[in-house]
Design a protein around this ligand. Structure first.
Ligand code: PLP
Length: 361
């Protein structure tokens, strides 16, 4: 018997399942499985990335000053209260590592993002799953699940993979009601897709127990570069910076993200296109007998009559070169999550679902 064993909890982690990117034997796939921006990043971000190629021998900035300054300017936040990570995934990991350990509980919701439980377990803490109310975050259920051991409460608003959102007043009630030793983390990965929404930033500013996470992977179209950020009370930022590796972001990533955040005209353009085709797609699917909740994000959670039907539709879509996401791992076996692509992809996927429902298999 080997004496070499990992920390308790590590072997309980189920490997993260990413969105499929390839179909065997099909070269021209349409990938609608990872909520990526179908238009990619803005031109300025690509230019900045290419420019960084000239100085790859230099270590990157360790304090991310320029990017934090740009984010602060654009979002109207104090740069001192911003921390950048290798995707918001890393900010989630920092929070778990810094605030939760063996014996502590980390709350996430029934259909919540997989990284919350993974990072909680990696820190030796215990993830606690709280049911949702018809695929919507249930504040009362979360408050009822809080104990003296609760250290972190994660909600995504809008949530992935449901696409639903709770009102600011509900988020406030949650922040107000959690135990005094707990932090509420508002994951705003899709906040830019919601018009007139600050992702919960004002709540962070007003309170001591709320943190917001954001990402460059979704509307900014930079998932491949791994850049995310968090906005938190100064005391929490000071804690997180102690465990952050000084060179956790590459110079190319920093440069591209800084350029991307400064191009808000592009963000608006992507938000508008997404809203238009998301609503078109939801309507088209509903007409084919495939309902979905009103989504505030850049994807639709399409519901089928059964797990078998969802699986069969997924297979049919694949045969047509369309990759969407099965979400059985998120306790939604009857559903498929479909990223809102460009016009052509939306038309293609609606057409294929129509054919499937009409009997093509
Ligand atoms: C995509 C996504 C993220 C972003 O992860 P990154 O590490 O920033 O790429 C975070 N939270 C949720 C809920 C997501 O869907």
């Amino acid at each position: 018997m080997t004496k070499i064993t990992p920390q308790p909890g590590i072997m309980d982690i189920a490997l993260y399942q990413g969105g499929t990117a390839h179909i065997e034997g099909v070269s021209n796939v349409v990938k609608l499985s990872s909520n990526e921006n179908p238009f990619g990043p803005c031109e300025a971000a690509i230019k900045a990335f290419e420019g960084a190629g000239r100085s790859l021998h230099r270590y990157p900035s360790a304090d991310h000053g320029e990017l934090r300054g740009a984010i602060g300017e654009v979002y109207g936040l104090n740069p001192e209260q911003i921390i950048c990570g290798a995707g918001s995934d890393e900010i989630i990991a920092f929070l778990c590592q810094a605030y939760a350990g063996p014996g502590d509980e980390v709350i996430h919701t029934e259909h919540g993002f997989a990284m919350y439980a993974i990072s909680a377990r990696a820190a030796g803490a215990t993830p606690v799953e709280v049911r949702e109310q018809s695929r919507v975050t249930d504040v009362d259920a979360i408050l009822a699940a809080c104990t003296q051991r609760t250290k972190l409460v994660f909600i995504a608003n809008p949530n992935n993979p449901t696409g639903t959102m709770i009102a600011q007043s509900e988020v406030e009630r949650l922040a107000q009601g959690i135990p005094e030793q707990a932090i509420l983390v508002l994951d705003g990965a899709y906040a830019e897709y919601v018009e007139e929404y600050d992702g919960g930033a004002s709540l962070v500013t007003a309170r001591e127990n709320v943190v917001m996470t954001r990402t460059f992977s979704k509307i900014y179209g930079l998932g491949g570069l791994r850049v995310g950020w968090g906005y938190a009370p100064q005391a929490i930022i000071d804690v997180l910076n102690r465990i952050r590796g000084p060179f956790n972001l590459s110079e190319a990533g920093l440069a591209a993200a800084t350029a991307a955040v400064r191009d808000q005209a592009y963000v608006t353009q992507c938000r508008d296109a997404n809203a238009k085709w998301r609503d078109w797609l939801a309507h088209a699917l509903a007409q084919h007998g495939v309902p979905s909740d009103t989504s505030l994000a850049n994807f639709i959670l399409a519901r089928f009559g059964s797990e078998e039907e969802a699986g069969a539709c997924d297979s049919y879509l694949q045969s047509q070169g369309l990759i969407v996401r099965r979400v059985s791992g998120y306790k939604l076996p009857n559903a498929l999550r479909i990223t809102v692509g460009d016009e052509a992809s939306c038309r293609q996927v609606a057409h294929a679902v129509g054919q499937f429902k009409g009997g093509a298999r």
